[in-house]
Design a binder for this molecule. Structure first.
Ligand SMILES: *Cc1c(COP(=O)(O)O)cnc(C)c1O
Length: 335
């Protein structure tokens, strides 16, 4: 189902991503697990953010903007994808990255930051306190560049806006084509499960599930904040997307589960790490400790407590490998 009001999209990702059934992991978890390999949307820019950026960068280019401005945590996968795609498209990237210590930040070179630097992005470090004002800070930067004659496009945290959400409406359309071609048994799923960090993926998946008959519900595994916070954020993004394309149907219901989020954003528990290791050994799939590993662990708990036992689950592997490599030392307890 396509719509005339669907916004323009750049073709940046390598699609469709595979739909796999990791059998030994599925039977260890006790669910009929299917994995949408969005960790394989491309090369170093892979993950879920590229799908949102196909729409966001299309708008930036359409407007004739020469610079993109965005923000995230120091190991932001979104900032890294933006930096690499900006380089590919000949745009400049300005990244506001949140750090705990401004004095030590310039020495950080691991993981996503290495890729940001290789791509030539301009990195501006900000504190957690400043980060709360990120929208104003990015708007000020945009105004400053405009005063120098450079027009800049601001991308919200995580690419999570009404427009960015179309990346996952489109991803569900892609799953529909895979089911129609007989993949995954050709039948819809009971639930789609994925990691939730800024809400845009959940919003797009919920709309796309309704538009393309993929599953009657979405389980978004929060990796920070809490369920009430994300329910509000996701509802706003859904409303904004439906303004852009009024032909989008009512979304399927989204349950935000915050039970597996751990102590804080980017802080994992020994249980998360043990499950990341077990999953890798049973499937060769590598989940990260900031997002997809927490979501997988939450799904595993729900399978174990019976609430999802034997259900047909589509788990979206959203990527995050550079973040795992940046935290290598915390894995010494499981490797
Ligand atoms: C950003 C991100 C998510 C969360 O997606 P949102 O749309 O921000 O909720 C999940 N997994 C990985 C690896 C990410 O980088």
């Amino acid at each position: 189902m396509t719509s005339l009001s669907r916004p323009p999209r750049l073709r940046l990702a390598h699609l469709p991503t595979p739909l796999e059934h990791p059998e030994r992991l599925a039977s260890a978890m006790g669910v009929e697990l299917w994995v949408k390999r969005d960790d394989a949307t491309l090369g170093p820019e892979a993950g879920n953010k590229i799908r949102k950026l196909e729409f966001l960068l299309a708008e930036a280019i359409d407007r004739g903007d020469s610079t993109v401005i965005t923000c995230g945590g120091i190991q932001s996968n979104h900032a890294r994808a933006t930096a690499l795609l900006a380089a590919r498209l000949g745009l400049r990237a300005v990244l506001y990255l949140r750090v705990s210590d401004l004095a030590e930040a310039p020495a950080i070179i691991a993981g996503n930051v290495l890729l940001d630097r290789l791509a030539g992005a301009e990195i501006r470090f900000i504190t957690a306190e400043q980060y709360r004002d990120r929208e104003r800070i990015m708007a000020d930067a945009q105004a400053q560049l405009a005063a120098q004659g450079r027009s800049a496009y601001v991308i919200a945290e995580g690419g999570s806006s009404g427009l960015g959400a179309f990346g996952y409406v489109h991803a569900m359309e892609e799953v529909r084509a895979q089911l129609d071609a007989g993949e995954a048994g050709g039948r819809p799923f009971d639930v789609v499960v994925h990691a939730c960090g800024s809400g845009g993926t959940a919003a797009g998946v919920a709309l796309g599930c309704a538009a393309h008959g993929i599953a009657p519900q979405v389980l978004a595994m929060a990796v920070c904040d809490d369920s009430a916070y994300f329910e509000g954020v996701i509802a706003r993004i859904i409303a904004d997307a439906r303004v852009i394309d009024p032909s989008l149907p009512e979304p399927v219901p989204v349950t935000v589960d915050d039970a597996a989020k751990g102590p804080a954003y980017a802080v994992s528990t020994p249980k998360h790490r043990a499950r990341i290791a077990e999953a890798a050994r049973l499937s060769g799939l590598v989940f990260d400790p900031v997002y997809s590993g927490k979501a997988l662990s939450g799904l595993w708990d729900r399978a174990a407590d019976g609430s999802l036992r034997n259900k047909r689950v589509l788990f979206i592997h959203t990527g995050g490998l550079p973040g795992l490599l940046a935290q290598a030392e915390i894995f010494s307890d499981v490797c």
